[in-house]
Design a protein around this ligand. Structure first.
Ligand code: D5M
Ligand code: FE
Ligand code: ZN
Length: 488
């Protein structure tokens, strides 16, 4: 055995596995074609990687840490499939005809998704429901165009492709069902249980969202991880350079306890859900809070930081509302001008917002999350401190930005790119600057938080961010963990 292999073994956590590691290594050497008799450090590492997936970590941090850092991700081949990216499909929408076409596409496709539910199969059109006899119970699929809440009743205007109708939710309805009606957001396509009332109006009895079916998601076959980031806001005076520096050092095996280092070694992917830089003129008086006053310089600075991400890690980025692309959803990928300094620094996959990728077969939906503000503003009980609940609502609506004409600008494209056609395995957003995750019907939901401290503007808005905490997803077990980089 060579000296280096000896020192590796000395550092290996001493438990019953040591003998097993040696035995396996000898077996592998005996079976190999080369008639080598000397065991090297690399042989030992590869045995541990193949046979002892949970024993890959090496304890201790600091100066000796780096020598002992073993990266499994380095030995795993990247497996990324881009499923959808709006960048090349965007048109120049604008007139009334486009608007109609956009909503018709939204209605038809969401109706199709709704009809896949067994409890919606028998839904009829508004016209058929209006022709039915009074007091008859029916289901209709419609888009919501108006909602007015009174003390204990709700007036709702609905439409399908041919007709419009009014619906009233009465105070006599069960409280829990009343609360469901209160959660409705304008422009959602929903299934209503109604009873025919007088004058062609309906009495709302219940409401169903398209939702995602409860399911079991299959993870990757290898134990690799993805570090999920968003809202880095380079160029802002409140960008947290020290926590970000610790994040980079952790990735490089320079920092962390044994468990955290083991995790770092398994990071094969970094996905960034927008707001890479702070931009210019995004909110009132932003100049006072900028450390880099030109947008190109901000992207250069971003490039400098990500240059230090180990090169075996694949980085995927999409833009957010602070990035230098059009604001209307969907957003195309960063233009060449700003992406150039990034590409000179390291290889990065740049996609539009939203984007879908499959990583080792795990279906990831990346979306910056501007519309979460609209959801939080319109749905009772939602707050900026629980962005995962707002994300859950988007999954239920099967749409990333239901309401048209509020804070989220939506471009009326021929095709509605914001429909969640296929339920994702992982749903990643940012924008809110509060790190939260949960599992909803088998879907891993994560809002990535931020790498920017509270700005003066956010303070005035009452937003309390949770910056510097990194969510990490184990792609094999589909489990989320997090590391707080704000503490040294
Ligand atoms: O958004 C950062 C956070 O600030 C996010 O939680 C939304 C909140 N924000 C941003 N603009 C507004 C307005 N106009 N009202 C209320 N809350 C807001 P970012 O996209 O990083 O600026
Ligand atoms: Fe942001
Ligand atoms: Zn944002």
């Amino acid at each position: 055995m060579e000296q280096d292999a000896f020192s590796f073994l000395q550092e290996f956590p001493t438990n019953g596995d040591l003998e097993e590691v040696l035995k396996r290594t000898v077996e592998v050497l005996n079976q190999s074609v080369e008639s080598r008799k000397i065991i090297t450090r690399k042989d030992l590492q590869s045995t541990i990687a193949s046979y002892f997936p949970s024993k890959r970590h090496i304890s201790s941090i600091g100066s000796t840490g780096k020598d002992l850092f073993y990266s499994l991700a380095k030995d795993v081949e990247a497996d990324i499939q881009i499923v959808s990216d709006p960048t090349k499909e965007l048109g120049t929408a604008g007139d009334i005809k486009d608007f109609l076409q956009y909503f018709q596409d939204r209605f038809r496709r969401l109706r199709q998704i709704l009809k896949q539910r067994i409890d919606v199969h028998d839904a009829v059109s508004i016209a058929d429901a209006q022709h039915a006899s009074s007091k008859r119970e029916m289901k209709i699929i419609a888009i919501v165009t108006e909602k007015k809440e009174r003390k204990r009743s709700i007036m709702i205007q609905i439409e399908d492709l041919e007709n419009v109708a009014s619906m009233i939710v009465l105070p006599t309805i069960e409280q829990a069902v009343f609360e469901r009606f209160r959660q409705i957001i304008l422009d959602e396509v929903l299934c209503f249980h109604v009873v025919k009332g007088q004058d062609n109006a309906f009495i709302g009895k219940n409401v169903l969202w398209p939702d995602v079916p409860e399911r079991k998601v299959t993870g990757a076959t290898v134990p690799v991880c993805a570090a999920l980031l968003s809202d880095i806001h380079i160029g802002s005076k409140t960008f947290l350079d020290e926590p970000f520096e610790r994040f980079i050092r952790w990735l490089n095996g320079d920092l962390g306890n044994s468990k955290q280092m083991e995790l770092a070694g398994r990071v094969k992917y970094i996905t960034i859900a927008g707001d890479l830089v702070d931009g210019i003129g995004v909110y009132p008086n932003q100049e006072a809070e900028l450390s880099i006053l030109d947008i190109y310089g901000q992207y250069q600075s971003f490039a400098k930081l990500i240059e230090r991400i180990p090169d075996y890690i694949e980085v995927i980025v999409i833009p957010g509302n602070h990035d230098a692309v059009r604001q209307a959803m969907p957003q195309p990928a960063l233009s060449k001008k700003y992406f150039e300094p990034i590409m000179e620094a390291r290889e990065v996959i740049s996609l539009g917002n939203p984007a879908r990728v499959k990583i080792h077969g795990v279906n990831l939906l990346m979306y910056h999350g501007r519309s979460l503000e609209d959801v939080i503003g319109m749905v009772p009980y939602m707050t900026y401190q629980t962005p995962e609940k707002a994300m859950e609502h988007l999954l239920r609506a099967r749409h990333l930005a239901p309401v048209y004409g509020k804070k989220t600008l939506i471009s009326a494209e021929m095709k509605d790119h914001l429909i969640i056609d296929e339920p994702p395995d992982v749903f990643q957003c940012g924008h809110i600057h509060v790190m939260k995750s949960e599992v909803y019907r088998g879907v891993n939901i994560v809002n990535c938080g931020a790498w920017q401290n509270q700005t003066e503007f956010q303070r005035k808005m009452g937003l309390v961010p949770t910056p510097g905490i990194l969510p990490i997803l184990d792609l094999q077990k589909l489990q989320m963990t997090s590391i707080d980089f704000t503490k040294s």
